[in-house]
Write a protein that binds this ligand. Structure first.
Ligand code: ZN
Length: 356
């Protein structure tokens, strides 16, 4: 599969039509902080308006070139679901229609981009997020079609997923995230997959990186890891895969091309809660909530913090410098890691690798 459309032209048209709010995005505050995990990227997002019903009502009265992702371009009304696409979106040039894994999807650029050429691919059908073989196949399809973009999916469970679990979607774009340049701390073989190089990424979250040129072998290897992880328990480090029928383990997958090979990062996630950590054991703990208490989704997993405007005030009140916030974000990511970087955590990670 080659490029399905010219992303340069589509992106430029989206900016020119003000679908991508270039001027608003320019107001965001951004910096990097050097940490033991590399240079983390921090943004305070001043561009995206709060979801105030009055703002939605005002936007509904605006012309078609003023629409945002919550506004239906055909009717000017707020969308019942922010990711439900209509033919009107395609007709007005807001969205492109694509096919992934035999299913109709659409792609548009995020109005309030968090990074360069931040795009969202969403299923045409309104259906929940799911991490499974079909999701991996769709990621390979979209990266094959747009090999200059990465694509990844949020996890499909609360606490460890993104803010929208109800509509199947991926995020992509042209940006190098800190996780992508993080090295492997160790390599391992996956039995039955001689063409796949596997390793543990030196990263605060628990990430397995697969690299290989054969798409089918890569997808099969990813499925082996997902299947094993879904049912994996390790009480010694607090990993609980199920409470009765409720599933806690899932994966945040990211796929990109690297030269002739595919590179896939699989972040292992577990949304178990406890009395001590009612919002999540592998979630930023209370002492970090002044910086971050929302879900750690795909983009933050990769090392780009999206912080709300209130952070400016927090920094003033607590006399925090930008680097203090950057280091707090590193801790946020450490809390989200299921296998910590102490001896016990490393041994536990190797025990999981041992069952693959
Ligand atoms: Zn929807």
């Amino acid at each position: 599969m080659g490029v399905m459309f010219d992303t340069d032209a589509f992106y430029k048209a989206s900016c020119d039509a003000n679908f991508v709010k270039v001027a608003d995005i320019a107001r965001n505050i951004a910096w990097t902080t050097q940490t033991e995990w590399g240079k983390l990227q921090i943004t305070i997002n001043l561009s995206k308006p709060e979801k105030d019903p009055r703002a939605i009502a005002a936007a509904a009265k605006a012309g078609p070139s003023e629409k945002a992702d919550y506004i239906d371009p055909a009717t000017g009304r707020a969308r019942p679901c922010p990711l439900c696409v209509t033919q009107a979106d395609v007709d007005c040039g807001y969205a492109k229609r694509i096919d992934l894994a035999g299913d109709p999807w659409a792609l548009w650029y995020s109005p309030y981009a968090y990074y360069n050429e931040h795009c969202i691919a969403m299923s045409w059908e309104h259906r929940p997020m799911h991490i499974d073989r079909a999701a991996f196949e769709s990621l390979f399809d979209v990266v094959d079609a747009l090999p200059h973009y990465f694509f990844g999916s949020n996890a499909d469970l609360p606490i460890v997923g993104g803010s929208i679990l109800s509509h199947d979607h991926y995020q992509g774009g042209r940006h190098t995230f800190p996780m992508e340049v993080a090295p492997l701390s160790e390599s391992f073989d996956m039995p039955g997959f001689p063409g796949v190089q596997a390793g543990i990424v030196k990263w605060p979250l628990s990430v397995i990186r697969l690299r290989g040129a054969n798409r089918k072998e890569m997808a099969d290897a990813a499925c082996v890891i997902l299947d094993a992880w879904r049912d994996y328990d390790d009480q010694s480090v607090g990993i609980v895969s199920h409470t009765q029928d409720v599933r806690h383990n899932t994966i945040t997958p990211i796929l990109r091309r690297n030269g002739d090979a595919y590179e896939m990062d699989l972040a292992l996630r577990c949304n178990i809660t406890s009395e001590e950590h009612p919002l999540g054991v592998f979630h930023p703990h209370e002492e970090l909530h002044h910086v971050k208490k929302e879900n750690i989704g795909l983009i933050e997993v990769m090392g780009l913090a999206i912080l709300p405007p209130r952070l400016q005030q927090v920094m003033e009140e607590r006399s925090m410098t930008r680097d203090d916030v950057g280091h707090a974000f590193a801790q946020v990511l450490e809390h989200a890691g299921v296998f910590k970087w102490d001896e016990q955590g490393r041994e536990a990670f190797r025990r999981f690798i041992g069952v693959l």
